[in-house]
Design a protein around this ligand. Structure first.
Ligand code: UDP
Length: 368
C-alpha cells in the first residue's frame, strides 16, 4: 500500500499536537485534521480587547511532573498565575480549596486545632469507609462545609445526587490545615503567556493541518491516507456507537463584555448553592493580570449532554467504564489506529496527564 503520510492525527488538541510534534521532529510525514475550525481543542482561547477568553472553560496548567513542565516550557513561557478561587454561598464568600481561611470564616476560629476539633465532631456522622461522594466529603471536611460548599455545586455539576456519585471526584480537591488558598498542590503552575492556542500552534509549526475536516464524514479518504492513525475523538463515535453511547456531562457558556476594569476581583468565583443554575463565573483577564478598561466574564452552566454536542466531562461510573471496556476490545482489532486523550480514552484527564500520556505513546512508538 502506498501511503501519503506516516501519521494521520485526528484532533489538534494537546494529545494530538504533542504526538504530531514528536513524530515530525523524527522526520515522519504527519497530517493533522480537526473537525473544528481551530487548533488547541478545548484549550482554545479567543482574544478580545487584548483578553484571552477560554472558550471551552477555564484551563489552568498545573503539574508535579517535571518532564511535562519542562516539555511545555519549550513552547511557551508560563506566567506566575496561582489559582485561588473563591466560593459564593448565598453572598457569603469563602476561600477555596478548603483550608484555614475557609474554616476561620465558617466557624470564627483561628487555629488548626480548633478546626480539627469541629471537623472531627462533624465527621462522626459517617462510620466505616465512605461509600459515595457525600460520605467522602463529610469525612474529609464535616457537614457544614459539605452543605455550604460541596453539595449544591457538585449536584449541579454532575446532575446527580452526591449519594450517587463516586467518592474519587472530591479527592481532587485538597483539604489543608494551613492558611493557603492555592487550589492545587502541584509543584508547577501557570498560564502560557500569549495563550494556549499559541502554545499549541508552536507545537504544530511546520506540520500540515487541515481544519474543519471531520474524519468520520470523510472516512473513505482518510482511513487509508497514513500508515498509522492517532485518533483523539470519542472512541464510541469512531465505532458508530455499536455498543451504545458513552455518557458525558455537557457545559454551556454565556460570555459578556462589561464596561468596567475589575468585576469580581479574582479569575474564578464558584456559586455553590444548588438553586443558582451556573457553577462558576470566570473573569478571564485575571488569568493574565490584565489591566484593560473592559472585562469579559463567562457563566458556566452544567447541563445534560446528548450525542453530537461538545462532550466535556466523562461520567466515569461503573456502567460507563464497562461500556468503555467493550470499546477497548474493539480498538484492539484496529491494527493501524491508536486511541488517545480525554475522548479517545474516556478519562477525566487534567492537561498535564494528557501530555504525559501522549509522551508515553511517543516512547512506545519510537522505542525511546
Ligand atoms: N467541588 C465542590 N465545590 C467547589 C469546587 C469543587 O464541591 O466549590 C467539588 C465538585 O464535586 C467537583 C470536584 O470538586 O466536581 C472537582 O472540582 P474541580 O474544580 O477539580 O473540577 P474542574 O475544574 O475539573 O471542573
Amino acid at each position: 500500500m502506498n501511503y501519503q503520510y506516516d501519521y494521520l492525527i485526528v484532533g489538534a488538541g494537546p494529545f494530538g499536537a504533542v504526538f504530531a510534534h514528536e513524530a515530525y521532529k523524527r522526520g515522519k510525514s504527519v497530517l493533522v485534521i480537526d473537525r473544528r475550525n481551530h487548533v488547541a481543542g478545548n484549550l482554545y482561547c479567543e482574544s478580545k480587547d487584548g483578553i484571552n477568553i477560554h472558550v471551552y472553560g477555564a484551563h489552568i496548567f498545573h503539574t508535579s511532573l517535571k518532564h511535562v513542565w519542562d516539555y511545555v516550557n519549550q513552547f511557551a513561557e508560563f506566567n506566575h498565575y496561582v489559582n485561588s478561587p473563591v466560593a459564593n454561598y448565598k453572598g457569603e464568600m469563602y476561600n477555596l480549596p478548603f483550608n484555614m481561611n475557609t474554616f476561620s470564616k465558617m466557624w470564627n476560629i483561628r487555629t488548626p486545632k480548633e478546626a480539627e476539633a469541629i471537623i472531627t465532631e462533624q465527621r462522626k456522622a459517617i462510620t466505616g469507609n465512605p461509600k459515595n461522594l457525600e460520605e467522602q466529603a463529610i469525612s474529609l471536611v464535616g457537614t457544614d462545609i459539605y452543605e455550604k460548599l460541596i453539595k449544591g455545586y457538585t449536584e449541579k455539576q454532575w446532575g446527580r445526587k452526591c449519594t450517587e456519585l463516586p467518592a474519587f471526584i472530591i479527592k481532587r480537591l485538597p483539604v489543608r490545615y494551613t492558611y493557603d488558598n492555592n487550589y492545587f498542590n502541584d509543584r508547577y503552575q501557570g498560564i502560557p503567556e500569549g495563550g494556549y492556542t499559541k502554545m499549541i500552534e508552536r507545537m504544530l509549526e511546520g506540520i500540515e493541518v487541515r481544519l474543519g475536516v471531520d474524519f468520520l464524514v470523510h472516512r473513505d479518504e482518510y482511513q487509508s491516507i497514513a500508515k498509522k492513525i492517532i485518533y483523539t475523538g470519542p472512541i464510541d463515535e469512531y465505532f458508530g456507537y455499536s455498543e451504545g453511547s458513552l455518557e458525558y456531562r455537557g457545559l454551556h457558556f454565556e460570555t459578556e463584555c462589561l464596561e468596567e476594569e475589575n468585576h469580581q476581583g479574582v479569575a474564578v468565583v464558584n456559586y455553590t448553592e444548588g438553586n443558582i443554575p451556573y457553577t462558576r463565573i470566570i473573569e478571564h483577564k485575571h488569568f493574565e493580570f490584565g489591566t484593560q478598561p473592559v472585562t469579559y466574564v463567562t457563566k458556566e452552566y452544567p447541563r445534560d449532554w446528548t450525542v453530537g454536542e461538545e462532550a466535556y466531562y466523562p461520567v466515569n461510573d461503573v456502567k460507563n467504564l464497562d461500556l468503555y471496556a467493550k470499546y477497548v476490545e474493539l480498538a484492539k482489532q484496529e491494527d493501524n489506529v491508536i486511541f488517545g486523550g480525554r475522548l479517545g480514552e474516556y478519562k477525566y484527564y487534567d492537561m498535564d496527564k494528557v501530555i504525559a500520556s501522549s509522551l508515553e505513546l511517543v516512547k512506545r512508538v519510537f522505542i525511546i
